[in-house]
Write a protein that binds this ligand. Structure first.
Ligand code: 5AD
Ligand code: SF4
Length: 459
């Protein structure tokens, strides 16, 4: 059959097969990991993932509630689905993730075309909830439940990187943050189960594993048997064939000397900490309920660098928290100057309903928030440029992750820290190098921008 004949034979509206799911994920890595779990459960129930909303019998949004902006995006998506639902009333629309957990039944009231609202401990039951829908119509399932083992087993597309949740929830109560409401109390997963999963992933060919938790360095506390993240790192590190081991996100208060000593001693563990400072002013840190001072944070940095001089520190910063003055902001600038982070995510404070900080007036004008945000982003780029320039000529070990997103002619990977390094996808003789994907290679750095290091493979 000629291609044109095939095109003619195709109906104008794509055929929607039974049990097809379109899922879009917003927010953090934990949500991406949850999406892999829900796809595994739906796969067991006969669902196939499709790339277009129009081809789906089920549309799911796995949502984020950390900032208003993330929720606004989902509201936009939901609004756009109204017409499709009118044309295809049998289409099921579900909302899962933190926004679902936060708003619960209110979402069903606000969006009459949404069928299902599924909380952060309930999505593992998605197939059963879909069956329930057939019987009883629209529903919200948002209770915090027992932690099922099946919660963890996930479908991953093959690749280099696998993310493995090792805990859920958060026991901190930072005053600005919805996560304690949307993800509940901290619960750690048993180390033997994590080890088994990583072993399986390595057998499947994954080279790099990132252990995930909201405050990953408090891993083990709820197990009550003295298990720590350091002990887990030692256990997972011993798995033959694993090339790199990472973990995110850390709370500054839980970075122990034991953890730092372990990171320093284990060669496959990335010399990298994502350890949000949030702010450099003690006054604001107290209002944020962060439970450390500026001096504590700097002490943690000193302890880390004493053991791993080249460790790369990545931070999150919130600007424009209620009552943040120019003087408070200057303290954040000074902290960034002092630490010189390898990377920074900078956010404008977004007041979240029901959080303790919502009792304080959101009194920093949005133009001031924007200006402070841009100031820090510019400063960070200067710091990165200054850190990268002296790396020219150095040879760094890179785990190759795949083609560069911004330039198909290049491969990209990360250093043992977290530096983004790219090199040509073909060698000087014109031979392709895609077989290096998933391998550790030595790359000599030739030049850099403030975002990327460019080099070539050392023979
Ligand atoms: N407003 C702005 N940023 C926030 N974050 C968490 N809550 C808020 C909020 N209400 C940021 C913090 C956190 C990151 C995941 O999101 O910096 O580390
Ligand atoms: Fe939110 Fe604080 Fe918990 Fe991080 S540590 S998830 S910012 S409450």
């Amino acid at each position: 059959m000629t291609p044109s004949a095939a095109t003619e034979a195709e109906p104008l509206i794509p055929v929607v097969r039974a049990r097809t799911v379109y899922i879009e994920t917003f927010g953090c890595q934990m949500n991406l990991a949850d999406t892999e779990v829900v796809l595994a459960r739906l796969g067991e129930a006969g669902y196939r993932r499709v790339a277009e909303v129009e081809q789906a019998s089920l549309v799911l949004y796995n949502t984020c509630a950390v900032r208003d902006h993330a929720e606004a995006k989902v509201r936009g998506r939901l609004g756009a689905l109204k017409g499709l639902k009118r044309r295809r009333p049998e289409l099921k629309i579900g909302i899962m993730g933190c926004m679902a957990q936060r708003e619960k039944e209110q979402l069903l009231a606000a969006y009459p075309h949404v069928d299902l609202v599924v909380g952060t401990d309930q999505f593992v039951r998605m197939p059963q909830l879909l069956d329930q829908l057939e019987d009883q119509g629209r529903l919200a399932a948002t209770s915090f439940g027992d932690f099922e083992d099946r919660m963890w087993s996930a479908t991953r597309s093959s690749g280099v990187n696998a993310w493995v949740p090792i805990m859920r929830g958060c026991n901190y109560n930072c005053t600005y943050c919805v996560v304690p409401f949307t993800r509940g109390r901290e619960k750690s997963r048993a180390p033997a189960q994590i080890e088994d999963e990583v072993r399986r992933l390595v057998d499947e060919g994954f080279a790099q594993v990132t252990l995930l938790g909201q405050t990953v360095d408090s891993y083990g506390k709820t197990l009550g048997d003295g298990t720590t993240l350091a002990a887990l790192l030692r256990r997972v590190h011993a798995i033959d064939g694993l090339k790199r081991l990472r973990f995110v996100t850390s709370h500054p208060k839980d970075i122990t000397d034991e953890l730092l000593d372990t990171m320093a001693a284990l060669p496959k563990v990335a010399k990298h900490l994502h350890v949000p400072a949030q702010c450099g002013s003690d006054r604001i840190l107290r209002l944020m309920g962060r439970r450390y001072s500026r001096a504590d944070y700097l002490d943690m940095v000193r302890r880390a660098r004493a053991r791993m001089p080249e460790i790369e520190l990545l931070t999150d910063i919130i600007v424009g928290f209620p009552r943040e003055t120019d003087e408070d902001f200057a303290q954040t600038v000074a902290l960034m100057e002092e630490v010189r982070f390898a990377g920074a995510y900078v956010f404008m404070y977004s007041q979240r309903p029901d959080t303790p900080a919502a009792n304080l007036p959101d009194d920093v004008p949005v133009e001031v928030k924007k200006a402070r945000c841009n100031h820090l982003l510019d400063l960070q780029l200067v710091h990165q440029g200054q850190a990268y320039a002296p790396l020219t000529g150095r040879v760094l070990q890179v785990l190759v992750e795949g083609p560069s997103k911004s330039d198909e002619a290049m491969l990209h990977g990360r250093s043992l820290g977290n530096l983004n390094i790219v090199f040509p996808r073909v060698d000087a003789a014109g031979t392709g190098r895609d077989d290096l994907i998933g391998q550790l290679v030595d790359v000599r750095i030739a030049r850099s921008t403030s975002l990327t290091l460019f080099g070539d493979v050392v023979a």
